[in-house]
Design a binder for this molecule. Structure first.
Ligand code: 5GP
Ligand code: MN
Length: 351
């Protein structure tokens, strides 16, 4: 029988000491996550907010732009600043900040154009807590673990190593579970490490109702989202059968026709992979604010490298099986780029 797995320490002694030192000098802490926040971004911001408040800090959490409706119930989320709507308050918070914690991204530009320069100009020391490959932000302390399923897992492990998990409240545990659950599609991918389930067990012991969290997130969609999804799957999905690939496109006009908000299409890109044999799914959608900007989401199964595809063709990157990017062009041109990208990878996509 294999050796029993336990949760090993993640932080080195040096990292623990550094973190303690950075925390000691800071009364006002600012938290920030990536643009278009997802469950792991909001979950880790919420958990960090509650943790830091428990440790006696004054916390301002900044979401670069608004977050999807299915996360509105997450503890503290409604109190977070929304950067593109509350810029003055963001500037005030950054002016007071004595410590900045960056959550769920690996490079400063992922906070979006409005916040990138502001964060870079903020003189407070920075900590990055993340699970994306190749962190490149200039930080006093970088806790980056790409092998982990989510930033929430990294944060929980950090709390354990620092002795901060003992007093973890059910609200903190709920926020952490939300990120672990959403970044793994309810533990359907990126979730084979046994440690993940030790973390889940621990969160259960700290009072989460995981079935309730699941329903809050996954059974919370609007009728309009479903109608839009039905339309896109029926009218706008191109299936390249021999390449085991599907491409869906969505214009702003189409999104507005169904009265759906930005963020309501979260998860659409995963759906074509539910067809037997599919390996790659690409979702192209027009940006809701800037004209001539197409946002790209890609998802794959097994070894297909979405991050490489996105770096080569879509000015982006991400994880092996979930990446994104953007194209500054019309939707028609973007679709042509997507076709070229798929053909360039035909060797990897064919049987
Ligand atoms: P999504 O498809 O959910 O927008 O993004 C999936 C993943 O791709 C994100 O978690 C992030 O790691 C990565 N990603 C998305 N957009 C970009 C981008 O513009 N640049 C880079 N480098 N990565 C991105
Ligand atoms: Mn994440």
């Amino acid at each position: 029988m294999a050796e029993t797995i336990t949760l090993q320490r993640m932080l080195s002694d040096e990292q623990c000491a550094q973190l303690r030192q950075l925390m000691e000098g800071a009364e006002h802490v600012v938290l920030c996550c990536h643009h278009n926040p997802d469950g792991d971004a909001v979950g880790s911001m919420a958990a960090a907010t509650l943790l830091l408040q428990r440790l006696g800090k004054k916390v301002t959490a900044i979401l670069p732009n608004h977050y999807p409706d299915f996360l509105h119930w997450v503890p503290t989320a409604p109190n977070m600043l929304v950067g593109d709507r509350q810029l003055q308050r963001v500037d005030e918070a950054l002016a007071k900040a004595q410590l900045v914690v960056l959550l769920d991204f690996n490079t400063i530009s992922r906070v979006g154009p409005l916040l990138t320069d502001r964060l870079a100009a903020c003189p407070a020391p920075r900590i990055m807590i993340d699970h994306h490959l190749a962190p490149d932000a200039d930080c006093q302390l970088t806790v980056s673990h790409p092998e982990m399923c989510s930033t929430c897992e990294v944060l929980l492990r950090l709390m354990l190593d620092m002795g901060w998990a003992e007093g973890m409240t059910p609200q903190e545990a709920t926020a952490l579970y939300t990120g672990m659950m959403t970044d793994t599609g309810n533990f359907a991918y990126a979730s084979n490490r046994p440690e993940i389930f030790l973390c889940v067990s621990l969160l259960l012991q700290h009072g989460i109702d995981k079935d309730h969290i699941y329903r809050n997130v996954f059974y919370s969609h609007t009728e309009s989202r479903f109608r839009l999804l039905g339309y896109l799957l029926y009218e706008k999905m191109e299936v390249m059968e021999s390449l085991h690939t599907a491409i869906i496109t969505m214009t702003n006009e189409e999104r507005l026709r169904f009265h759906t908000k930005n963020g309501a299409t979260e998860g659409f890109v995963n759906i074509p992979l539910e067809m037997a044999g599919m390996r790659l799914s690409i979702f192209l959608r027009e940006d809701t604010e800037q004209p001539n900007l197409v946002r790209v989401s890609t998802r794959s199964l097994d070894d297909f490298p979405c991050n490489e595809l996105c770096a080569r063709f879509f000015n982006g990157g991400g994880h092996k099986n979930a990446s994104g990017g953007l194209l500054r062009m019309s939707m028609d041109e973007a679709l042509q780029v997507a076709h070229r990208a798929v053909l360039a990878y035909s060797d990897k996509l064919k049987d």
